[in-house]
Write a protein that binds this ligand. Structure first.
Ligand code: ZN
Ligand code: ZN
Length: 366
């Protein structure tokens, strides 16, 4: 991975945002910039230097993984070690201004900020930095796309194994167990999020985590899950019908499928993400299902399961080649049923490529 290029590009942005340095505490951002995948670290980036702080548990891992940064193994928490380092290394004679340290407002806790302020000399100012790293992470390079593709393919292969276990009477948690077991056996590091298996009336809960409820004799089963492979997340949803198919079930399923396909067809460089969301919504509105589509159309996916951009009404971010997003419209009728179909899509120079290979045909298990 091109950690050095990423760090260099970030360093070039600092002065434009009037920051002397940026103190990064969000672990996925740290991983993106220096390669460290452990659970305790802080990364200090200034125009002149990049220093990674961790504790003694991670000495060998940091030496193995960290690229392009000096490594400091501290005795205290990484955040405090970073503040102490800044205090020691500030050069007051050369820089008479009060140095401005950018912090990640979305991630640094109030307690963490307080601790920083206590350790830093009074000359330092802390300022909430714009989401510079999140913006950089939106566009994936070829290596990241390769990892995402591998994660998506692994996820899809797991679904092929698990879908055979979906039948009336089987508990949702058993299907989740099949998926998670198959994923681990195939080499997944973890699941991207708690597996969603929501059957019957529970399928109307957009985030219905697998429960101990048995699959009823009739109705939809929403299966939404993802795997993590080489640090990158997959995310897919397929909805299976159990029981004798009714016209209404087919109609609702087809409407969601049409909305999903129409949104995928819109994905290309230069289009605003809000437009893609509008397209999916328009199709469902035509079928009278508009009010039942209660979440956004999709999200970026990468080192984290939910990243920028968010494909929602009014969002103006422009799609660019290399962005990897999900397209996942759904319809939820409370107390009755729900349907969602989700693919991962990469924006290409001319349009997009759907990475999820799984069929979207209506599947009925009788
Ligand atoms: Zn999902
Ligand atoms: Zn998703």
């Amino acid at each position: 991975m091109d950690q050095e290029g990423r760090l260099r590009r970030l360093q070039e942005l600092l002065s434009r945002h009037r920051l002397d340095s940026l103190l990064i505490t969000h672990l996925p951002n740290i991983r993106y910039l220096c390669g460290f995948s452990g659970s305790a670290g802080a990364l200090l980036v200034s125009e002149r230097a990049t220093v990674f702080f961790t504790d003694a548990r991670y000495t060998s891992q940091a030496r193995q993984e960290v690229q392009g940064s000096k490594i400091v193994i501290g005795r205290k928490a990484p955040l405090v070690a970073a503040a102490a380092w800044m205090a020691r290394n500030s050069n007051r004679r050369r820089d008479l201004r009060r140095p401005v340290v950018g912090i990640e407002g979305e991630y640094l806790t109030v307690a963490g900020r307080k601790r920083l302020a206590t350790v830093l000399p009074s000359g330092f100012r802390l300022r909430e930095a714009p989401p510079l790293i999140e913006q950089a992470r939106m566009v994936k390079d070829a290596e990241e796309i390769g990892r995402l593709r591998a994660a998506v393919l692994l996820g899809a292969s797991v679904f092929e194994v698990a879908r055979g276990t979906i039948r009336p009477g089987v508990r949702e948690s058993e299907i989740a167990a099949e998926i998670e077991h198959a994923a681990r056996r195939a080499g997944a590091q973890d699941m991207s999020f708690p597996t969603i298996i929501a059957a019957g009336a529970r399928s109307a809960l957009p985030h219905g985590r697998a429960s101990d409820q048995p699959i009823p004799a009739e109705g939809f089963v929403v299966c939404d899950f993802g795997v993590i492979l080489a640090g990158y997340c997959s995310d897919m949803t397929r909805t299976v019908y159990v029981g004798r198919r009714t016209q209404e079930a087919r109609r609702v399923y087809q409407a969601v499928r049409d909305a999903q396909q129409a949104a995928v067809n819109e994905v290309r460089p230069g289009i605003r993400v809000g437009e893609v969301d509008r397209t999916a919504r328009k199709i469902l509105r035509k079928s009278g299902l508009g009010p039942h589509f209660t979440h956004s159309t999709g999200h970026g996916v990468g080192l984290e399961i939910h990243e920028a951009p968010r494909l929602a009404a009014g969002q103006t971010e422009m799609l660019r080649p290399g962005m990897v997003i999900t397209i996942e419209p759904g319809v939820y009728i409370p107390g009755k049923w729900g349907v969602r179909i989700e693919d991962v899509v990469v924006v290409t120079e001319r349009g997009c490529e759907v990475l999820t290979p799984t069929s979207k045909d209506f599947i009925a298990v009788e």
